[in-house]
Ligand binder design. Structure first.
Ligand code: SAH
Length: 220
């Protein structure tokens, strides 16, 4: 990919990106590290070229296969919630999708593991990581409801599709003190939850109402 395309022009320029960052601040995102990671990540490369001019609107957009790239505010909020309380080394993301959230995380933690159940989306996302020179991402084609046991434990887990309850298989793959941020609920009513792994179980905090695509089992 040419550096010109990565840089962007007009509706995909750095100036347009900076306006989105200003808006996220107004909406209450406080972490400078998160805002900087998002400023440095060209979201227009994570959507179809036909949608590139809308990439810096604060809205979710379709990425094909009935899936969506998350709204920037939600990416910022979830990343902030995951990082609050200390730096993280190893983070698992469930639901690579476009790879945008993965790329933002990759600028903030040492190593990102990501799993996606739709092969076509995974392959596209991997191409983007290569183009952007992001080398601390290991993305894998598999059903994320099982997590990634071979690479556990993780200091952080972020789930970007909604299960109906907290998946215990994922809680078990958190190191003690580790945190997981995920939307929980059915299609009509979901809440963003932060789970902190303790010696003998976990604690949970409710953050805010959200709307995500469902976490599905199996691979396609
Ligand atoms: N972080 C992504 C969000 C994409 S939407 C982005 O910002 O682009 C959620 C993604 O989760 C979809 O790509 C969907 O295919 C994936 N997904 C749903 N259930 C899954 C599962 N069990 N395992 C892995 N990925 C899953």
């Amino acid at each position: 990919m040419t550096s010109l395309r990565i840089q962007g022009i007009g509706m995909t320029s750095q100036r347009t990106r900076d306006r989105l960052i200003a808006r996220l601040k107004e909406e209450g995102i406080k972490s400078i590290a998160v805002l900087n990671a998002m400023r440095a990540t060209p979201r227009h490369l994570f959507v179809d070229e036909a949608l590139a001019s809308r990439a810096y609107e604060d809205t979710a957009l379709p990425i094909g296969h009935g899936q969506t790239i998350s709204q920037p505010y939600i990416v910022a909020r979830m990343t902030e919630a995951l990082l609050e309380g200390g730096l993280l080394q190893r983070v698992l993301e469930v639901g690579t999708g476009s790879g945008y959230q993965t790329a933002v995380l990759a600028r903030l933690v040492s190593e990102v593991f990501s799993v996606e159940r739709i092969k076509a989306l995974l392959l596209q996302a991997q191409g983007r990581f290569r183009d952007l020179g992001l080398r601390n991402i290991r993305a894998k084609y598999s059903d994320g409801t099982m997590g990634m046991p071979e690479s556990a434990p993780f200091d952080g887990i972020m789930v970007t599709a909604a299960p109906e309850g907290i998946p215990l298989a994922l809680v078990r793959q958190l190191a003690v003190g580790g945190r997981m941020v995920l939307p929980v609920g059915d299609r009509d009513m979901q809440v963003l939850v932060r789970v902190t792994r303790t010696e003998d179980g976990y604690e949970k905090e409710m953050l805010e109402r959200v709307v995500f695509v469902p976490l599905l089992g199996g691979v396609v």
